[in-house]
Design a protein around this ligand. Structure first.
Ligand code: ZN
Length: 165
């Protein structure tokens, strides 16, 4: 089911999400709903708080938009366990419509989390996937990409967004 995507300045987006203790049917359904919502938007990543659930769950799919073959991915309780290098790439966010800005991130990250069987999964990511992991894990910590910009730019963007809401 496609869910409503919350947008700035909704306070749910600014809360730290809690760890998932139990994998159950409800969680499986939520992964499905999040993927459906992400594809519909369309976007390449989505974090649970963006649809109003303050739990540590992300979904993503980096396969090209025009490709018919989808590669849906998800990770429960993702944690960055190693990082290296710096990259500056333009980012956008479904919760911050019509804003794209360059953000400084790690170029390589190792991310650990769980799958729906409760098994540990380890991702070695670079390029766009590394950026997506950091962006989505930020969401779980109540941080939006615009919060990573310099103070002047951040204030200008927030003002503009508030005028539009
Ligand atoms: Zn986002």
């Amino acid at each position: 089911m496609v869910k409503e995507i919350l947008t700035f300045p909704n306070p749910i987006l600014y809360k730290r999400s809690r760890e998932i203790k139990e994998v159950n049917g409800k969680l499986v359904k939520l992964v499905d709903d999040m993927l459906e919502t992400m594809y519909k938007a369309p976007g390449i990543g989505l974090a649970a708080p963006q649809i109003g659930e303050n739990i540590r769950l992300i979904v993503f799919d980096l396969s090209p938009r025009e490709s018919k073959e989808k590669r849906p991915q998800y990770l429960i309780n993702p944690v960055i366990t190693a990082s290296e290098g710096i990259v500056v790439e333009e980012e956008g966010c479904l919760s911050v419509p019509n804003v794209r800005e360059k953000v400084k991130r790690y170029a390589h990250v190792e991310v650990k989390g769980l799958d729906l069987d409760g098994k540990e999964k380890i991702w070695e990511a670079q390029g766009l996937l590394a950026v997506v992991f950091q962006h989505e894990i930020d969401h779980l910590n109540g941080v939006l990409f615009i919060d990573r910009l310099g103070p002047v730019k951040r204030r200008r963007i927030k003002k503009k967004l508030l005028r539009l809401t």
